[in-house]
Design a protein. Sequence first.
Length: 95
Amino acid sequence: MPWHSTDSREELLIVLAGRARLETKPTPRPRDAAMAQGGRIHTVTVRAGQCVFLPPDTFHQVVNPSSSQTRYVYVTAPAKTGERGTGKDGCGAGS
């Protein structure tokens, strides 16, 4: 999955098979993937059966570092208690 931000949501990445490399760096301002050049990249390898939490405003990408298949799921949730999804991203019931 290419560079993107969690924005106001938190995410949990769960690797089901293979391994994934999670790369994070400071969120560019303005939030624009084209501005992702530069900045120190922090890398974590996540293996099958492991997960990693991404707090709001985390600029990141997920990379398959091998030729083997990687399967993973993302679980996302609003960062603020009581916030409801808009339904525009396929999450939440809308308002």
